[in-house]
Design a protein around this ligand. Sequence first.
Ligand code: SF4
Length: 390
Amino acid sequence: MSSSIRHARMHLAERPAPGPVRNARPAVLVSGRDAPANGQTLRGIDDLVAAGLLRADAGPALAEVAERYAIAITPAMAALIDPADGGDPIARQFVPDARELNAMPEDLADPIGDEAHSPVEGIVHRYPDRALIKMLHACPVYCRFCFRREMVGPGGKALAGAAFDQAMAYLAGKAGIWEVIITGGDPFMLSARRIEVLMQALAGMPHIKVVRWHTRVPMVDPDRVTPRLVKALTSGGKAVYVGIHANHPREFSPAAKAAISLLAEAGIALISQSVLLKGINADAPTLAALMRAFVENRVQPYYLHHPDLAPGTAHFRLGIAEGQAIMRQLRGHLSGLAQPTYVLDLPGGHGKVPIGPDFLMPQADGRHLVSDRNGSVHIYPPDAPTGPAS
Ligand code: SF4
């Protein structure tokens, strides 16, 4: 997610017609070797019923949701869910909901439009100095709000063979690319060997200085973060950043903290990504706890995404004004270290823009009215002091 993580995003030039998608995924998919090794991941309605995460009578109503959008809940995430809490914020992220079939006029199958910027398979090149590499389309979990939900799912193969070579050749030939962002799906689903192959290929491109990974794995499947994986990530001699996607402070389990620590101890710079989600984290106390948890675990808060217009996700969305009001509360009560940038990814592939609350109001005389954290307004520069000169 990402992105969004969210991880980096998928785009289309035009809004595709909604419809069944499970057979319409692109060719860049996860290989059997890279598929989740943990057989206990919950992957269907029956699994969720058996685990007590859905009532048995909910199954028929959700069959169409399950047919349309992939389901996966790792043991790590399932363990955090309180089945007795109908509003559990972990469950809401992963347990399917009949509202996912509600089509809204504004929904977009590809909410932020990467396809128009994909010169070769597996590459999205929208900005001059950076490009995305989409290595696979599988994830350890399938988030119900995912902006790429029409594209991600289990099965298939990773970007490999001639397609991988072509993607690397494209990057090698573009001297202006300074940073590559590795995304998917979730690229931490790749084996350490495949990550090493990628890092070695990038090592031969001196113009690429920074490699950024976007992943949910440290939170949702932390056992995948091993010393072997960390060694592979750092094997290319580049500055490595990992964007970690989490949406609720309860995701910081002891195992997740240990996984994050493994990355931090290796000198990998860690940044956060979260999605502002109604019913999960769209209130100042929850977001404050989430951002503090990131900072306490050496993850620099980076992006808080306004929810995208992904199909069947309207029940997670809130208005931009509501998001700004929450951000204003954070500004007043949270350390500057823990302030994410609230961003909107514009549909159509026009990129991200910060949409945080505006504290400045320009005045005709060139000065500004500035609202403080309590909402009081001040003129800047202030009026000259009046009274007798000394
Ligand atoms: S389903 Fe996968 S790509 Fe989508 S938000 Fe979740 S982890 Fe990221």
